[in-house]
Design a protein around this ligand. Structure first.
Ligand code: ZN
Length: 254
């Protein structure tokens, strides 16, 4: 019998397919239990992220979202269902995650992720996941993570395409090294040009895999490279990116 470490019999069974993985084992599973992840956004990206992290046995997840569930969300935001219409997304999401995995500890932040409270929330977590849908929130996450020396994974989706990369402060480019300034005012948004739900699924799953690999300390993260997915041609491509020594955001940090 392989050792089950500090896991009880039910946990050993529940996480069996994790534990069998090279680079995980009971030690890795216990590492996942001890880990905490903050995800900002419980919508299209946040749905697959939260499901896979909760299923994998991440010990504590923080969910930040101020929105309520609307009918047009259900085409992609698979955490939510018809009975949730009008309910806060963090409450709806929390119920699904606890039903999936009662081991999970949940921290609920039913609020907008703001610059003045961002660092205070982020400091309590090992890894941050950007599941937002707007550039100002992404800059707030980038700034707060740099300030608190926390890693995070970015994910962005629009229409038929999406992209993801990870920021490790001091080890590669930050969000602002890559996206300088605000987008042009005529830049299209999801509410104007739509989004294929499955694209949010693919990018969210990539983000969850980044968080899990970071916590397990295995594999190679998306640092210094953007992984781009085009659902129309069914292709992935990788774009190398470098730290900008003149970046107004990260040049002051190591
Ligand atoms: Zn930077």
């Amino acid at each position: 019998m392989p050792s089950t470490g500090g896991l009880n019999a039910e946990q050993a069974q529940r996480y069996k397919r994790n534990i069998q993985l090279a680079g995980v084992g009971t030690e890795g599973q216990e590492r996942l239990f001890r880990a905490s992840v903050l995800q900002v956004g419980a919508g299209g990206l946040g749905s697959p992220v939260a499901f896979y992290l909760a299923a994998a046995g991440i010990g504590r997840i923080g969910l930040v979202d101020s929105d309520t569930v609307s009918l047009s969300n259900l085409q992609r935001q698979i955490l939510h269902a018809m009975p949730d219409l009008g309910r806060p997304k963090v409450i709806s999401a929390g119920e699904k995650l606890k039903a999936l995995n009662p081991d999970l500890k949940l921290d609920i932040y039913q609020e907008t992720f703001r610059r003045d409270s961002a660092a205070d929330i982020i400091k309590n977590y090992d890894f941050i996941i950007d599941c937002t849908d707007n550039i100002p929130s992404r800059h707030i996450i980038n700034e707060a993570c740099l300030k608190m020396n926390k890693p995070f994974v970015y994910g962005g989706v629009l229409a038929w395409a999406g992209q993801a990369f990870t920021v490790i402060p001091g080890k590669g480019p930050c969000f602002r090294c890559i996206f300088r300034g605000e987008p042009p005012p005529d830049a299209p948004t999801t509410s104007e040009v739509g989004i294929l739900g499955a694209v949010a699924g693919v990018i969210g799953v990539l983000q969850a895999a980044e968080a899990l690999r970071f916590i397990l300390g295995t594999g190679e993260l998306l640092v210094g490279r953007i992984l781009v997915y085009d659902a129309l041609s069914a292709r992935f491509c990788e774009v190398p990116v470098e730290r900008d020594p003149a970046c107004p955001e990260c040049s002051g940090y190591r």
